[in-house]
Design a protein around this ligand. Structure first.
Ligand code: B12
Length: 224
């Protein structure tokens, strides 16, 4: 098995590290932590480790949850494994950019606790040279509004992973527009599409965290 497949498998099985007792049948075997460290030692491309290892593992977890094979605790274990892997990649994704190109305020919308994708976008934007203010999860429309007012000219990033919380995203965009704020808004998350982004009046959308950097540059009129 190649290292990327091993990382993917460890995410799917929720194996955090070698010391973890979970899952019992993998006792003593390396987890995401050791495997990601090994991939970095082998100088593997970081975006491949991210996309083909960690993120593709989470896609399988989502499918297993949809089909009823996985339950909430399984999804949680996998999320922990994914987060452990991300924390190792984090300094590499952040890069060494010193000059700040602009500010992005980002958060997961009200009612939604999913933060893996949002965190990834935040780290990649920081790596791309932006100052990122992370409001966390379950962010109300009012909180997006007050932060947009506090940081004029910032781009507002919103993430939603649930069909139900897409409506919180709509409400947040509407509130900013209603109050006449000119901050540009970028949206994303598993349930968001370009069509939905257009429908609610967001300025940009992407599925791909890496594309967030050129998109935000575009919104701020910075040449790529
Ligand atoms: C991990 C996970 C969880 C974890 C979350 C842990 C955490 N800290 O985030 C836990 C176990 C807590 C969880 C809970 C629930 N979950 Co859940 N979860 C997932 C899972 C498996 C993976 C999500 C993930 O992290 N993906 C990896 C990241 C990297 O991808 P991503 O978030 O999509 O982000 C990428 C892009 O979308 C984009 N992006 C994301 N945000 C943003 C923002 C901006 C500005 C931009 C530009 C881009 C961008 O960039 C990222 C990188 O490419 C998905 C399945 C799936 N395939 O999405 C289900 C899923 C989202 N969950 C689902 C459900 C139903 C739930 C629960 C309601 C289950 C329950 N019965 O309680 C609860 C809801 C809790 C709540 N109120 O939020 C459903 C949603 C169905 C729907 N359409 O509404 C899914 C799709 C599973 C399924 N197939 O049914 N979940």
């Amino acid at each position: 098995m190649g290292i990327l497949t091993e990382i993917k498998d460890a995410v799917v099985r929720g194996r955090v590290d070698i010391k973890s007792p979970y899952p019992p049948e993998m006792a003593g075997k390396p987890g995401v932590v050791e495997l990601v460290e090994q991939a970095l030692e082998e100088k593997m491309d970081i975006s491949m480790v991210l996309k083909e290892g960690l993120v593709s593992g989470m896609e399988v977890v989502g499918d297993k949850f949809s089909s009823g094979e996985y339950f909430l605790p399984d999804m949680l274990m996998s999320a922990q494994a994914m987060k452990a892997g991300m924390s190792i990649l984090d300094p590499h994704l952040r890069g060494k950019s010193i000059q700040k190109l602009g500010k992005v305020v980002i958060g997961t919308v009200k009612g939604d606790m999913h933060d893996i994708g949002k965190n990834l976008v935040a780290v990649i934007l920081e790596g791309g040279g932006f100052e990122v203010i992370d409001l966390g999860i379950d962010v109300s429309a009012e909180a997006f509004l007050s932060n947009a007012e506090e940081h004029p000219g910032s781009v507002i990033g919103m993430s939603a992973l649930l069909t139900t919380t897409r409506e919180s995203m709509r409400a947040s965009v509407e509130l900013l527009r209603e109050k006449g704020l000119s901050n540009k808004i970028i949206v994303g998350g598993a349930v968001v599409t370009q069509a939905f982004a257009d429908e609610i009046g967001a300025d940009a959308f992407t599925k791909d965290a890496a594309k967030a950097v050129p998109l935000v540059k575009g919104l701020l009129g910075i040449a790529s």
